[in-house]
Design a binder for this molecule. Structure first.
Ligand code: NAD
Ligand code: LMR
Length: 374
């Protein structure tokens, strides 16, 4: 269930309470890095998600601006901390705040629900407290010629600081980690949580949904299908050869020539680089990533709500291979990734790909672990 702290006044209910009456949940979601290329469209799409009741937008720059902008959207989620709902007499649509109450904030007349945003380290705790789901797209993106691992130097420290905040302020939240290199930042996050004594492997999920989104699109192009009808499992990790599409398990069932298999595997593995090169130094995938992140956040929230049969690919703590982390299909439930599925039967091409993926993954995972331990 969504966290549901009492607001100190027995007559005041949070949106989550009121929504529960109608059978729908309202979850509290924070986006860290919300003013960035991914963060902004992600914030917009999360503001449109009916499962979200409170949206906290945190960044080290421009968070108030993005929050003010997003908060004018007339959707249900409210980008403000501690939004209070007032039940109506007939239990119809609850009011978001006590109507007709204007307050003074820094000498300026405003409504109690006016969006604020969370700017800089001193506001991280406020951004995180009480959250059910934290999505992290904070950190620098690639430029042409760089690998994701080249981002490690800067992004490792950013992820460490943000995860220390999560361990302190919302240790039970589900974490969706987008910042690259995911193959190393997820192990970093795990080590930070272990150190803090809050690690729950089910709740830490590296976001690989863009690989699945790309795979569905490219496979649909080859087959002449609607991409919404195509499901491609993508396992391993999120960088180059560690991205392993299982084309033998595509739904609807189909077969590929060797040439098609090579083309698709390479295109899916190099999808990020394709965008980095097309953007010519202006960053990496942001819009497709925001779309993929929202798709993934949505399944996490549906799992939290208790929906049955919610399955998606993610980079998680795993016993599917000998590696401590691996991306594969997981079942999402009230406590996070409650079941990690085996890979299923692989063909020869995929078995060779798996060995290559594991070799690179092992190094990236170790690099992340060592960053915190040493
Ligand atoms: P961006 O530079 O446009 O935005 C990053 C944001 O993070 C900026 O607003 C920046 O101010 C903020 N930030 C920096 N340090 C911070 C801190 N300590 N706390 C909070 N916010 C901080 O970059 P982008 O294009 O949005 O990409 C962000 C990250 O996502 C990159 O590392 C990129 O490689 C990664 N990414 C991952 C995937 C994936 O599939 N997992 C896909 C695309 C991009
Ligand atoms: C992607 O796959 O698009 C991201 O990981 C960004 C990148 O650097 O390629």
């Amino acid at each position: 269930y969504p966290s549901n702290p009492q607001m100190g006044d027995g007559s005041i209910l949070e949106r989550t309470n009121c929504r529960a009456k109608g059978g729908a949940a309202g979850f509290k979601v924070a986006i860290l890095g919300a003013a960035g290329g991914i963060g902004q469209p992600l914030a917009m799409l999360m503001k449109m998600n009916p499962l979200v009741s409170v949206l906290h937008l945190y960044d080290v720059v421009n968070a108030p601006g993005v929050t003010a902008d997003i908060s004018h959207m007339d959707t249900g989620a409210v980008s403000h901390f501690g939004v209070k709902l007032f039940p109506t007499k007939d239990n119809s649509m609850p009011r978001i705040s006590n109507p007709r109450t204007l307050v003074k904030n820094g000498g300026v007349l405003t409504t109690p629900t006016q969006a604020l945003g969370f700017l800089g380290q001193s506001e991280l705790e406020g951004a995180l407290t009480g959250m059910d789901l934290v999505i992290i797209p904070a950190g620098i993106p690639r430029k042409p010629g760089m690998t994701r691992d080249d981002l490690f130097k800067i992004n490792a420290g950013i992820v460490r600081t943000l995860c220390e905040g999560i361990a302190k302020c919302c240790p039970n939240a589900i974490v969706n980690l987008i910042s690259n290199p995911v193959n190393s930042t997820v192990p970093i996050a795990a080590e930070v949580f272990k150190k803090a004594g809050t690690y729950d492997p089910k709740k830490l999920l590296g976001v690989t949904s863009l690989d699945v989104v790309r795979a569905n699109t490219f496979v649909a192009e080859v087959l002449g299908l609607d991409p919404r009808e195509v499901e491609v499992p993508v396992v391993g990790g999120h960088a180059g050869v560690t991205i392993l599409p299982l084309l033998s398990q595509v739904k609807p069932p189909c077969s590929f020539t060797h040439e098609e298999t090579e083309y698709l595997t390479k295109r899916i593995q190099d999808g990020g680089t394709e965008v980095v090169e097309a953007k010519k130094g202006a960053g990496s995938a942001t819009l497709s990533m925001a779309y993929a992140a929202v798709k993934f956040a949505d399944v996490c929230l549906k799992g939290l709500r208790g929906d049955a049969g919610v399955v998606a690919c993610a980079f998680v703590a795993s016993q599917v291979t000998e590696l401590p982390f691996f991306a594969s299909k997981v079942r999402l439930g009230r406590t996070g990734a409650e079941e990690v599925y085996q890979l299923g039967p692989l063909n020869e091409y995929e078995r060779i790909g798996l060995e290559k993926a594991k070799k690179e993954l092992a190094e990236s995972i170790q690099k992340g672990i060592s960053f915190i331990r040493n």
